[in-house]
Design a binder for this molecule. Structure first.
Ligand SMILES: [Ca+2]
Ligand SMILES: [Ca+2]
Length: 198
């Protein structure tokens, strides 16, 4: 149990999950992945002792099966052994998918959308909750998630500037090879057309 206690001590305090159910269960629900600097053996041991409960809860909270969660967890741990992703790491991973463009701005907004606790890091739970919404959520869930992505200042509205910012970021991410014949300020034209429809 000393592992559990030291693990809890190392967890970032601002990363406390918002759900009261999790809070009441204390460190049991903190994935062992927050223990960045443990030896691999200790880490595995801690993981094993927590895996059933943590996974059970995530299984209930997401649209993934236990087996899918295990696979996702393995991949997550592989990419970020420390168990938390900061924005730089996220951008680095994301950039690999868009080698012909500059994905950093879009990755920044995407990171903020995944980082629901707003503390500058994404834990496995944050990651898997977002992924569940995007891949398996209802249309409404997906729209709400995307709305938050576009609503940069979080005031409940998407204004023209926010829309332009995101659309521009998407064009930057795709890069010039995807859109061979860009003339003028295409992102701006795109947004202008959208707002004229209403
Ligand atoms: Ca977070
Ligand atoms: Ca807004």
């Amino acid at each position: 149990t000393h592992l559990v206690r030291s693990c809890q001590g190392e967890a970032p305090p601002s990363g406390t999950p918002p759900h009261s159910a999790r809070r009441s269960r204390g460190s049991d629900q903190q994935p062992a992945v927050v223990c960045a600097d443990k030896g691999e053996d200790e880490l595995e041991m801690t993981m094993v002792s927590h895996r059933p409960e943590g996974l059970q809860q995530l299984e209930a909270q997401t649209n993934f099966s236990r087996q899918e969660l295990q696979i996702l967890y393995r991949g997550f741990k592989n990419e970020c052994p420390s168990g938390v992703v900061n924005e730089d790491t996220f951008k680095h991973i994301y950039a690999q998918f868009f080698p012909h463009g500059d994905a950093s701005t879009y990755a920044h907004y995407l990171f903020n959308a995944f980082d629901t606790t707003n503390n500058g890091s994404i834990k496995f739970e944050d990651f898997v909750m977002g992924l569940s919404t995007l891949l398996r959520g209802t249309l409404r869930d997906k729209l709400e998630w995307t709305f938050h992505l576009y609503d940069i200042n979080r005031d409940g509205y998407i204004n023209r500037e926010e829309m332009t910012e995101i659309v521009r970021a998407i064009y930057d991410m795709m890069g010039k090879y995807t859109y061979p014949a860009l003339k003028g300020d295409v992102p701006q034209q795109h947004v202008d057309a959208f707002f004229q429809v209403g």
